[in-house]
Design a protein around this ligand. Structure first.
Ligand SMILES: Nc1ccn([C@@H]2O[C@H](COP(=O)(O)OP(=O)(O)OP(=O)(O)O)[C@@H](O)[C@H]2O)c(=O)n1
Ligand SMILES: C[C@](O)(CO)[C@H](O)COP(=O)(O)O
Length: 255
């Protein structure tokens, strides 16, 4: 029987959850990801969705160094071998992701492995949406003979009319909607190229880098847009807690 080449290794998928924000816009009195919703901290629902995707090898949750007490019980109801906390959150989301990628590599992930970066605050994510992104990304990458596809992200076409505002807060112009998408998460890339793209922006304090795709676009990549869901909201404003709770509740109602 022919033996496999020694360095031949199938790329694995990991997940990285930036969970180190302060939630200033949500006004919850504590970081929004720890605010109780549907009987558990908001981020627990996010993590439960990742627990429902067995092909994800490990999920690393990047927390803020000062949030240890809030994060301590998070893993109680999750499989301990597949989830871990890393209190290496930074001053911005991009810095938290950058630090988390370094931890993933220290924990044995390969640079050629895939990582799905997902906001802790998007607690309506589902295993089906995560699988949709992984399938689309892997299929597109294997069909891409030139090897130019760096990764993929969930996103939604813009549903509303798009305005620019003047300094007085009045509508100044209406922009064409065609070809404009709202970026969601997860966003899926190979670990080493994403880490390198973020490293290139570290000296500027990650200026202009609001998601993983923007870091990859800055080095010339064109990630694949995969349709997400209008339910995959990022809890951002005070009114979003009630919306997220209502959406979570519908999942537990008998059909
Ligand atoms: N320094 C930061 C800032 C944000 N995040 C995470 O990135 C995700 C998206 O960020 P956002 O919704 O902007 O969260 P906050 O920064 O917490 O909110 P705000 O901007 O209102 O303060 C969240 O899961 C948040 O916890 C992070 O890990 N580290
Ligand atoms: C990554 C993101 O969820 C894509 O829409 C978003 O950019 C994160 O929010 P922030 O307010 O820019 O941190």
């Amino acid at each position: 029987m022919k033996s496999a080449a020694p360095n031949c290794r199938v790329a694995r998928c990991h997940a990285l959850i930036p969970c180190a924000g302060s939630g200033s816009r949500a006004g919850a009195g504590r970081p929004k990801q720890y605010q109780p919703i549907g009987g558990a901290p908001l981020v627990w629902h996010t993590l439960a969705a990742f627990a429902g995707v067995p092909r994800i090898a490990q999920t690393l949750i990047v927390t803020a160094p000062g949030d240890d007490a809030l994060a301590a019980r998070l893993l109680d109801r999750l499989p301990h071998d597949a989830f871990a906390l890393a209190d290496c959150g930074g001053a911005s989301r991009a810095e938290s992701v950058f630090n988390g990628l370094a931890r993933l590599l220290q924990r044995g992930a390969a640079g050629s492995d895939w990582v799905l970066v997902h906001d802790a605050a998007r607690c309506l994510i589902t295993p089906a949406l995560i699988n949709r992104l992984i399938d689309a990304c892997l299929n597109a990458a294997s069909a891409d003979e030139e090897g130019g596809l760096s990764g993929a992200l969930l996103a939604m076409p813009l549903p509303d009319t798009l305005k620019t505002a003047d300094a007085a807060g009045r509508a100044a112009a209406t922009l064409p909607r065609e070809g404009k998408w709202l970026a969601q998460t997860p966003q899926m890339f190979r670990i080493a190229p994403l880490h390198a793209a973020l490293a290139a922006r570290a000296a500027s304090g990650f200026a202009g880098i609001t998601d993983e795709a923007s870091a990859m676009e800055a080095v010339g990549s064109r990630p694949l847009l995969v349709r997400g869901s209008a339910h995959n909201i990022k809890v951002t404003w005070p009114e979003d807690f009630a919306l997220a709770a209502a959406l979570l509740q519908t999942r537990h109602e008998p059909a």
